[in-house]
Design a protein. Sequence first.
Length: 94
Amino acid sequence: MEPPAEMLGIKEEGDALCLSHQATHFSLNYIRKEKKSTIEQFFKPYNPSKSRLDGFPFHVGKTQAPLLDEALGTIECVIQKRVSGFGDHSIIIG
């Protein structure tokens, strides 16, 4: 695929969808499957008084997106397109 692209599916009824409309960038952090507690943290309901990153060491990438220090690898993406109403999800392409 040229240019390379990543796609993200976000639940239409989830809090992350609201946040994604404000974003211009996103990052993908590849986590070992043994780090189940880390992965589960990002599937919990959003709490605006607490960052999902609390307790996880991270640094900010070139796009200002958070990159977890424990990630096996990371990708930073600039949002190119949003597609709403794809079943019960919206799609973000970057």
